[in-house]
Design a protein around this ligand. Structure first.
Ligand SMILES: C[C@](O)(CO)[C@H](O)COP(=O)(O)OP(=O)(O)OC[C@H]1O[C@@H](n2ccc(N)nc2=O)[C@H](O)[C@@H]1O
Ligand SMILES: Nc1ncnc2c1ncn2[C@@H]1O[C@H](COP(=O)(O)OP(=O)(O)OP(=O)(O)O)[C@@H](O)[C@H]1O
Length: 289
Protein backbone atom coordinates (compact mmCIF):
# COMPACT_ATOMS: atom_id res chain seq x y z
CA UNK A 1 0.00 0.00 0.00
CA UNK A 2 1.24 3.48 -0.96
CA UNK A 3 0.22 7.02 -0.10
CA UNK A 4 1.28 10.37 -1.57
CA UNK A 5 1.26 13.34 0.79
CA UNK A 6 2.00 16.97 -0.02
CA UNK A 7 4.26 18.90 2.38
CA UNK A 8 3.95 22.65 1.69
CA UNK A 9 6.43 25.31 2.81
CA UNK A 10 5.41 28.17 5.11
CA UNK A 11 6.28 31.83 5.27
CA UNK A 12 6.05 34.09 8.31
CA UNK A 13 4.05 37.21 7.41
CA UNK A 14 4.88 38.47 10.88
CA UNK A 15 7.35 37.17 13.48
CA UNK A 16 7.69 38.76 16.91
CA UNK A 17 9.69 37.57 19.92
CA UNK A 18 8.29 38.53 23.33
CA UNK A 19 11.03 37.17 25.60
CA UNK A 20 13.55 34.43 26.21
CA UNK A 21 12.21 31.63 28.39
CA UNK A 22 14.02 29.76 31.17
CA UNK A 23 14.01 26.61 28.97
CA UNK A 24 16.11 28.44 26.34
CA UNK A 25 13.30 28.80 23.79
CA UNK A 26 11.83 32.18 22.85
CA UNK A 27 8.20 33.13 23.37
CA UNK A 28 6.93 34.11 19.91
CA UNK A 29 3.91 35.61 18.17
CA UNK A 30 3.88 34.67 14.50
CA UNK A 31 1.45 34.85 11.59
CA UNK A 32 2.24 31.89 9.36
CA UNK A 33 0.75 30.76 6.10
CA UNK A 34 1.38 27.80 3.80
CA UNK A 35 2.43 28.42 0.21
CA UNK A 36 2.16 26.37 -2.95
CA UNK A 37 5.77 25.21 -2.94
CA UNK A 38 5.77 21.67 -1.63
CA UNK A 39 7.82 18.55 -1.08
CA UNK A 40 6.13 15.34 -2.20
CA UNK A 41 6.25 12.48 0.26
CA UNK A 42 5.54 8.92 -0.76
CA UNK A 43 4.79 6.51 2.08
CA UNK A 44 5.09 2.81 1.32
CA UNK A 45 3.75 0.38 3.92
CA UNK A 46 6.32 -2.22 5.07
CA UNK A 47 5.26 -5.39 6.84
CA UNK A 48 8.65 -5.45 8.60
CA UNK A 49 9.41 -3.24 11.62
CA UNK A 50 11.61 -0.69 9.77
CA UNK A 51 11.69 3.02 8.92
CA UNK A 52 13.60 3.79 5.74
CA UNK A 53 14.27 7.26 4.32
CA UNK A 54 14.89 7.71 0.64
CA UNK A 55 15.87 11.16 -0.63
CA UNK A 56 18.00 12.20 -3.59
CA UNK A 57 18.86 15.60 -2.08
CA UNK A 58 22.42 15.61 -0.73
CA UNK A 59 21.55 18.15 1.98
CA UNK A 60 18.81 15.96 3.44
CA UNK A 61 19.92 13.29 5.95
CA UNK A 62 18.63 9.74 5.31
CA UNK A 63 18.80 8.55 8.93
CA UNK A 64 17.43 9.41 12.41
CA UNK A 65 18.40 13.06 11.89
CA UNK A 66 15.65 13.41 9.28
CA UNK A 67 12.55 15.02 10.82
CA UNK A 68 10.37 12.72 8.70
CA UNK A 69 12.11 9.72 10.28
CA UNK A 70 11.57 11.23 13.75
CA UNK A 71 7.86 11.67 13.03
CA UNK A 72 7.45 8.02 12.00
CA UNK A 73 9.54 6.79 14.92
CA UNK A 74 7.54 8.83 17.44
CA UNK A 75 4.21 7.43 16.19
CA UNK A 76 5.67 3.92 16.20
CA UNK A 77 6.86 4.20 19.82
CA UNK A 78 3.75 5.98 21.14
CA UNK A 79 1.25 3.58 19.57
CA UNK A 80 3.36 0.42 19.55
CA UNK A 81 3.06 0.03 15.77
CA UNK A 82 4.55 -3.24 14.53
CA UNK A 83 4.51 -2.35 10.83
CA UNK A 84 7.09 -0.15 9.10
CA UNK A 85 7.35 2.40 6.33
CA UNK A 86 9.61 3.56 3.51
CA UNK A 87 9.50 7.36 3.20
CA UNK A 88 10.49 8.76 -0.20
CA UNK A 89 11.08 12.52 -0.13
CA UNK A 90 11.01 14.54 -3.34
CA UNK A 91 12.61 17.73 -2.07
CA UNK A 92 11.34 20.88 -3.78
CA UNK A 93 11.56 23.23 -0.77
CA UNK A 94 15.06 24.71 -0.34
CA UNK A 95 16.84 23.26 2.72
CA UNK A 96 17.74 25.34 5.82
CA UNK A 97 15.94 28.25 4.19
CA UNK A 98 13.43 29.53 6.77
CA UNK A 99 10.58 27.78 4.94
CA UNK A 100 10.06 24.90 7.42
CA UNK A 101 10.83 22.23 4.82
CA UNK A 102 11.89 19.58 7.33
CA UNK A 103 9.02 20.44 9.69
CA UNK A 104 6.50 20.15 6.88
CA UNK A 105 7.92 16.76 5.83
CA UNK A 106 7.51 15.60 9.43
CA UNK A 107 3.94 16.92 9.57
CA UNK A 108 3.06 15.23 6.26
CA UNK A 109 4.42 11.94 7.60
CA UNK A 110 2.26 12.33 10.74
CA UNK A 111 -0.86 12.94 8.61
CA UNK A 112 0.01 10.17 6.17
CA UNK A 113 0.95 7.48 8.68
CA UNK A 114 -2.19 8.25 10.67
CA UNK A 115 -3.96 6.83 7.63
CA UNK A 116 -1.47 4.16 6.51
CA UNK A 117 -1.13 2.70 10.03
CA UNK A 118 -4.82 3.32 10.78
CA UNK A 119 -4.17 5.25 14.00
CA UNK A 120 -7.38 7.35 13.89
CA UNK A 121 -5.84 10.39 15.58
CA UNK A 122 -7.31 13.89 15.17
CA UNK A 123 -5.38 16.83 13.67
CA UNK A 124 -5.14 18.30 17.20
CA UNK A 125 -3.56 15.09 18.50
CA UNK A 126 -1.14 14.97 15.56
CA UNK A 127 -0.20 18.63 16.14
CA UNK A 128 0.53 17.90 19.80
CA UNK A 129 2.78 14.99 18.82
CA UNK A 130 4.40 17.23 16.18
CA UNK A 131 5.46 19.73 18.85
CA UNK A 132 7.79 17.05 20.26
CA UNK A 133 9.70 17.09 16.96
CA UNK A 134 10.07 20.85 16.46
CA UNK A 135 8.38 24.19 17.10
CA UNK A 136 7.14 24.61 13.49
CA UNK A 137 5.70 21.09 13.13
CA UNK A 138 2.35 21.77 14.85
CA UNK A 139 1.55 24.58 12.43
CA UNK A 140 2.58 22.38 9.49
CA UNK A 141 0.18 19.64 10.66
CA UNK A 142 -2.75 22.05 10.16
CA UNK A 143 -1.44 24.25 7.32
CA UNK A 144 -3.52 27.20 6.15
CA UNK A 145 -3.02 30.48 7.99
CA UNK A 146 -2.58 30.82 11.75
CA UNK A 147 -1.37 32.78 14.72
CA UNK A 148 1.34 30.71 16.41
CA UNK A 149 2.30 31.50 20.02
CA UNK A 150 4.22 29.81 22.86
CA UNK A 151 7.44 28.59 21.27
CA UNK A 152 5.41 28.34 18.04
CA UNK A 153 3.36 25.24 18.89
CA UNK A 154 0.11 26.91 20.07
CA UNK A 155 -1.94 27.35 16.92
CA UNK A 156 -5.03 29.47 16.32
CA UNK A 157 -6.40 29.40 12.80
CA UNK A 158 -7.22 32.72 11.09
CA UNK A 159 -8.74 33.38 7.66
CA UNK A 160 -6.64 33.21 4.48
CA UNK A 161 -4.84 36.45 3.55
CA UNK A 162 -6.00 38.44 0.50
CA UNK A 163 -4.93 36.75 -2.76
CA UNK A 164 -1.53 37.77 -4.11
CA UNK A 165 1.69 36.37 -5.55
CA UNK A 166 4.58 35.35 -3.34
CA UNK A 167 7.99 35.54 -5.01
CA UNK A 168 10.68 33.75 -3.02
CA UNK A 169 14.41 34.16 -3.46
CA UNK A 170 17.05 32.14 -1.63
CA UNK A 171 20.76 32.89 -1.75
CA UNK A 172 23.24 30.01 -1.74
CA UNK A 173 23.65 29.86 2.04
CA UNK A 174 21.94 27.83 4.76
CA UNK A 175 21.06 29.41 8.09
CA UNK A 176 20.95 27.74 11.51
CA UNK A 177 17.76 28.74 13.34
CA UNK A 178 19.38 28.12 16.75
CA UNK A 179 22.25 30.50 15.85
CA UNK A 180 19.92 33.31 14.86
CA UNK A 181 17.78 33.06 18.02
CA UNK A 182 20.99 32.94 20.09
CA UNK A 183 22.25 36.18 18.56
CA UNK A 184 18.94 38.04 19.03
CA UNK A 185 19.08 40.79 21.69
CA UNK A 186 15.56 40.68 23.18
CA UNK A 187 16.00 44.09 24.83
CA UNK A 188 16.49 45.78 21.44
CA UNK A 189 13.42 44.58 19.56
CA UNK A 190 11.24 46.80 17.41
CA UNK A 191 8.00 44.78 17.71
CA UNK A 192 5.62 44.34 14.77
CA UNK A 193 1.91 44.84 15.51
CA UNK A 194 0.54 41.29 15.39
CA UNK A 195 -3.04 42.31 16.28
CA UNK A 196 -3.07 44.85 13.47
CA UNK A 197 -1.78 42.20 11.06
CA UNK A 198 -4.59 39.82 12.05
CA UNK A 199 -7.13 42.64 11.51
CA UNK A 200 -5.83 43.36 7.99
CA UNK A 201 -6.06 39.70 7.13
CA UNK A 202 -9.58 39.40 8.55
CA UNK A 203 -10.78 42.44 6.61
CA UNK A 204 -8.88 41.42 3.45
CA UNK A 205 -7.01 44.74 3.34
CA UNK A 206 -4.03 43.92 1.08
CA UNK A 207 -2.30 47.32 1.29
CA UNK A 208 -2.50 47.41 5.07
CA UNK A 209 -1.23 43.80 5.26
CA UNK A 210 1.78 44.84 3.16
CA UNK A 211 2.49 47.76 5.49
CA UNK A 212 2.36 45.48 8.55
CA UNK A 213 4.76 42.65 7.62
CA UNK A 214 7.65 42.40 10.09
CA UNK A 215 10.21 39.90 11.36
CA UNK A 216 12.40 40.62 14.39
CA UNK A 217 14.94 37.96 13.34
CA UNK A 218 15.61 39.80 10.10
CA UNK A 219 18.25 42.24 11.42
CA UNK A 220 20.23 39.41 13.01
CA UNK A 221 20.43 37.44 9.76
CA UNK A 222 21.00 40.54 7.63
CA UNK A 223 23.99 41.50 9.78
CA UNK A 224 25.52 38.05 9.35
CA UNK A 225 24.73 37.68 5.63
CA UNK A 226 24.78 40.94 3.64
CA UNK A 227 23.60 39.05 0.52
CA UNK A 228 20.16 38.75 2.16
CA UNK A 229 19.94 42.55 2.43
CA UNK A 230 20.95 42.81 -1.23
CA UNK A 231 18.14 40.48 -2.27
CA UNK A 232 15.69 42.57 -0.24
CA UNK A 233 16.88 45.71 -2.03
CA UNK A 234 16.56 44.06 -5.44
CA UNK A 235 13.02 42.88 -4.72
CA UNK A 236 11.99 46.37 -3.63
CA UNK A 237 13.67 47.87 -6.71
CA UNK A 238 11.78 45.51 -9.05
CA UNK A 239 8.52 46.63 -7.44
CA UNK A 240 7.30 44.09 -4.83
CA UNK A 241 4.54 45.57 -2.63
CA UNK A 242 6.10 44.16 0.58
CA UNK A 243 9.45 42.45 1.14
CA UNK A 244 10.43 40.36 4.18
CA UNK A 245 12.74 37.55 5.24
CA UNK A 246 10.93 34.33 6.21
CA UNK A 247 11.62 32.70 9.60
CA UNK A 248 15.32 32.80 10.47
CA UNK A 249 16.14 33.17 6.77
CA UNK A 250 17.88 33.37 4.43
CA UNK A 251 14.89 33.19 2.03
CA UNK A 252 13.33 36.56 1.22
CA UNK A 253 9.77 36.81 -0.04
CA UNK A 254 7.95 39.58 -1.84
CA UNK A 255 4.17 40.03 -1.91
CA UNK A 256 2.86 41.23 -5.26
CA UNK A 257 -0.72 41.84 -6.33
CA UNK A 258 -0.47 42.14 -10.13
CA UNK A 259 0.69 39.47 -12.62
CA UNK A 260 2.83 41.83 -14.73
CA UNK A 261 4.69 43.10 -11.66
CA UNK A 262 5.16 39.52 -10.43
CA UNK A 263 6.83 38.65 -13.76
CA UNK A 264 9.14 41.64 -13.47
CA UNK A 265 10.20 40.76 -9.92
CA UNK A 266 10.58 37.03 -10.73
CA UNK A 267 12.67 37.58 -13.88
CA UNK A 268 14.72 40.33 -12.26
CA UNK A 269 15.62 38.13 -9.30
CA UNK A 270 16.46 35.07 -11.41
CA UNK A 271 19.48 36.81 -12.86
CA UNK A 272 20.67 37.59 -9.37
CA UNK A 273 19.91 34.68 -7.13
CA UNK A 274 20.31 30.93 -6.69
CA UNK A 275 16.70 29.74 -6.27
CA UNK A 276 13.63 31.82 -7.19
CA UNK A 277 9.96 30.78 -7.11
CA UNK A 278 6.64 32.51 -7.82
CA UNK A 279 3.78 30.87 -5.95
CA UNK A 280 0.37 31.49 -4.36
CA UNK A 281 -0.57 31.15 -0.71
CA UNK A 282 -2.50 27.94 -0.08
CA UNK A 283 -5.23 29.34 2.17
CA UNK A 284 -6.96 26.14 3.21
CA UNK A 285 -5.91 24.01 6.14
CA UNK A 286 -5.28 20.28 5.72
CA UNK A 287 -7.99 17.72 6.32
CA UNK A 288 -7.70 14.10 7.36
CA UNK A 289 -9.66 12.45 4.54
C1 LIG B 1 12.18 30.57 12.98
C2 LIG B 1 10.94 29.72 12.87
O1 LIG B 1 11.06 28.82 11.79
C3 LIG B 1 9.76 30.63 12.57
O2 LIG B 1 8.65 29.93 12.11
C4 LIG B 1 10.67 28.93 14.16
O3 LIG B 1 10.56 29.79 15.26
C5 LIG B 1 11.73 27.87 14.42
O4 LIG B 1 11.13 26.65 14.39
P1 LIG B 1 11.93 25.26 14.33
O5 LIG B 1 12.99 25.34 13.28
O6 LIG B 1 10.91 24.18 14.25
O7 LIG B 1 12.65 25.29 15.72
P2 LIG B 1 13.08 24.09 16.69
O8 LIG B 1 13.61 22.96 15.86
O9 LIG B 1 12.02 23.81 17.68
O10 LIG B 1 14.28 24.78 17.45
C6 LIG B 1 15.54 25.04 16.88
C7 LIG B 1 16.28 25.97 17.80
O11 LIG B 1 15.77 27.31 17.63
C8 LIG B 1 15.65 27.98 18.86
N1 LIG B 1 14.25 28.37 19.09
C9 LIG B 1 13.24 27.82 18.36
C10 LIG B 1 11.93 28.23 18.54
C11 LIG B 1 11.67 29.20 19.53
N2 LIG B 1 10.43 29.63 19.76
N3 LIG B 1 12.69 29.72 20.26
C12 LIG B 1 13.98 29.33 20.05
O12 LIG B 1 14.88 29.82 20.72
C13 LIG B 1 16.16 27.02 19.94
O13 LIG B 1 17.51 27.33 20.14
C14 LIG B 1 16.07 25.68 19.28
O14 LIG B 1 17.04 24.80 19.75
N1 LIG C 1 13.12 16.23 5.86
C1 LIG C 1 14.08 17.16 5.94
N2 LIG C 1 14.18 18.10 4.97
C2 LIG C 1 15.13 19.06 5.06
N3 LIG C 1 16.04 19.13 6.04
C3 LIG C 1 15.98 18.24 7.03
C4 LIG C 1 14.99 17.23 7.02
N4 LIG C 1 15.14 16.51 8.12
C5 LIG C 1 16.19 17.04 8.80
N5 LIG C 1 16.71 18.08 8.14
C6 LIG C 1 17.85 18.89 8.64
O1 LIG C 1 17.30 20.09 9.18
C7 LIG C 1 18.05 21.22 8.82
C8 LIG C 1 17.08 22.41 8.62
O2 LIG C 1 16.32 22.15 7.49
P1 LIG C 1 14.92 22.84 7.14
O3 LIG C 1 14.85 22.86 5.64
O4 LIG C 1 13.81 22.20 7.85
O5 LIG C 1 15.18 24.31 7.71
P2 LIG C 1 14.26 25.59 7.81
O6 LIG C 1 13.42 25.71 6.58
O7 LIG C 1 15.15 26.75 8.10
O8 LIG C 1 13.34 25.29 9.05
P3 LIG C 1 12.50 26.33 9.95
O9 LIG C 1 11.93 27.36 9.02
O10 LIG C 1 11.46 25.44 10.58
O11 LIG C 1 13.49 26.89 10.95
C9 LIG C 1 18.80 20.84 7.54
O12 LIG C 1 20.07 21.38 7.55
C10 LIG C 1 18.82 19.31 7.54
O13 LIG C 1 20.09 18.81 7.89
Amino acid sequence: MKLLVKAPAKINLSLDVLNKRPDGYHEVEMIMTTIDLADRIELILEEKDIIKINSLNRFVPDDQRNLAYQAANLLKKKFDVKKGVTIKIEKNIPVAAGLAGGSSDAAAVLRGLNKLWDLRLTLDELAEIGAEIGSDVSFCVYGGTALATGRGEIIKQIPAPPICWVVLAKPFIGVSTADIYKKLDVSQINHPDTEQMIDCIRTGDYDEMCRNVGNVLEDVTLNLYPEVAQIKDQMKKFGADAVLMSGSGPTVFGLIEHDSRMNRVYNGLRGFCDQVFAVRMMGNRHTLD
